[in-house]
Ligand binder design. Structure first.
Ligand SMILES: [Zn+2]
Length: 208
């Protein structure tokens, strides 16, 4: 947003300066890339965590990892990452870090699961497409919503689990966000064949 708004204004100024047919108060040109509109409109999805884009420093969508090739120490997973990991900053290790619903739709799963600790799955319809959204490594006791309760886009779900505890199943304090196509409930954080990544959507393509 901070970058794109000046860019749009600058583009409009250049267009105005270069073309006498452009009105003095220009409307957005029709050939602006989709992500510019998303940014102006506040994003197709809401941020799952504040400053989301600054936090993707270790595991983006689709990254292939193994026990001896991983951006995190003592890796116990392997395969292709089906979501995006949003890291926590050093000063957040002992404080509450809120997680927000990225879209509007009901809770379809809320429980502890291996590899995640607390996990919540939500169903949404995004531009006509059925999706399920997985939020992993949450403190379950911080989530007041019940199964089938509808979350609003941008609504606070709860907070991240404490790092290296049962709340994160021993993982560092971070948010794993996965967006799976369709309404089936899939907990996989990694797949072993790269072709299977097509069953997921890279959340950053919807945030940027
Ligand atoms: Zn992850």
């Amino acid at each position: 947003m901070r970058i794109m708004i000046p860019f749009i204004i600058l583009s409009a100024l250049i267009l105005t300066a270069c073309s006498p047919t452009v009105p003095v108060v220009p409307s957005l040109p029709t050939n602006v890339p989709v992500e510019v509109f998303n940014e102006v409109e506040g994003g197709l999805i809401a941020e799952p965590i504040t400053d989301a884009l600054k936090r993707v420093t270790k595991k983006p969508f689709g990254l292939k990892i193994s026990s001896n090739d991983s951006p995190v120490d003592t890796e116990r997973f392997s395969g292709y990452h089906t979501g995006v990991d949003f890291e926590t900053f050093p000063e957040e290790q002992e404080s509450d870090v809120s997680v927000y619903a990225i879209c509007e739709g009901p809770v379809v799963l809320k429980r502890t699961a291996t590899g995640y600790g607390g996990v919540l799955i939500q169903r949404c319809i995004l531009e006509g497409e059925d999706i399920t959204v997985l939020y992993g490594h949450l403190r379950l006791s911080s989530i007041p919503m019940e199964l089938n309760e509808k979350l609003l886009k941008g609504q606070r779900i709860g907070i991240l689990g404490q790092g290296y505890s049962n709340e994160t199943d021993g993982e560092r304090k971070h948010l794993h966000l996965g967006i799976h196509k369709g309404f089936s409930t899939v907990l996989l954080g990694y797949v072993q064949e790269p072709e299977r990544l097509q069953e997921w959507i890279d959340p950053l393509t919807l945030l940027k």
